[in-house]
Write a protein that binds this ligand. Sequence first.
Ligand SMILES: Cc1cc2nc3c(=O)[nH]c(=O)nc-3n(C[C@H](O)[C@H](O)[C@H](O)COP(=O)(O)O)c2cc1C
Length: 371
Amino acid sequence: MSHNSFGHLFRLTTWGESHGPAIGCVIDGCPPGITFRVGNDIQSFLDKRRPGQSRFVTQRRELDLVKVLSGTLESNDGTHTTTGTPIALHIDNTDQRSKDYGNIAQSFRPDHADYTYFKKYGLRDHRGGGRSSARETACRVAGGAIARRVIEHLSPGARIRGALVQIGTRKIPAAQWGGNWSSDHINDNDFFCPDVDTAKAWTEDLDRVRKAGSSVGAAIEIIADNIPAGLGAPIYGKLDSDLASAMMSINAVKAVEIGDGMAVAELSGEANADEIRSGPNGQPQFLSNHAGGILGGISSGQSIICRFAVKPTSSILTPRRTIDETGADTEIITKGRHDPCVGIRAVPVGEAMMALVLADHLLRHRGQTGR
Ligand SMILES: Cc1cc2nc3c(=O)[nH]c(=O)nc-3n(C[C@H](O)[C@H](O)[C@H](O)COP(=O)(O)O)c2cc1C
């Protein structure tokens, strides 16, 4: 059992290592007749996750150019139409530097996956962490881009957006949380930050962290708007449990919240009740959204709101105590090119995971109810 696949009807399988010749994914279960163009519909999302775009992310230079190998018919103008057969996507690794990882060949980076991979498999690919490297998340972004096209087809008007809402102790002010923040600014800065002033403060914060060779944690918020009511299945196919699993599967994620998340522990029943009134056109109107758009594991038609926290990058320049493969005490410094805050590039990855879960659930809902 290796578990490199994710989803039920819309199923993503990823393959490849950080320092192999290429990485890629296979999407099985994509309906026929979905159209996309590589540049606009896939590459644009990969470009958001791509390394080397600012001084605040890893300086590894990967173009992450995606090729479609199967599962579509391509017309002369470059439009791909899915045929219903498996879609294979391929991305070359063009900037591996295995020598950067020489010092971790025998020793385990504290807080990385080195020790646990070694204990599980008896060997490990120390060059960039192999399969534990977040390089794999490029495949999720590519698959998530196709998932977005499926969502647009089955649920016109649906929109998925994500933002970084916290770096270290500095958070986006509370008034700007949960859908109130302005999407206009997200792509204006190096952080996918929805608030101009916070982005300026993060620039100074992260410059300090970067120059010190250290790292810092972060929180990301992903929102899906205009998603129909009814997605998700009781009991073991709840939309929130699938979302939590999807987000938790992203490298470095240590906590996932839906709606008010951990803050519900402080609320009364009155404060937490998302009261309902009869709205325009006979549609129900919810007066708040503490539930994050999911009730009983099923989408309510409100915005689906999910947050997750990522830990500080474990690869840092400050010496840390560890052991080597013989069990002897040693110290380690991780050289090479690393993200000082992995939260930045986790934003497009979180959006992709939201898209993959929703595309899968739209198809599952249709499969069961015919709607
Ligand atoms: C977008 C992204 C980029 C990352 N970049 C790095 C990195 O440059 N160096 C590093 O040590 N970890 C990086 N990580 C985190 C590691 O992949 C992760 O900590 C490691 O696989 C261990 O898994 P765990 O933290 O989920 O337990 C990154 C994570 C994400 C989501």
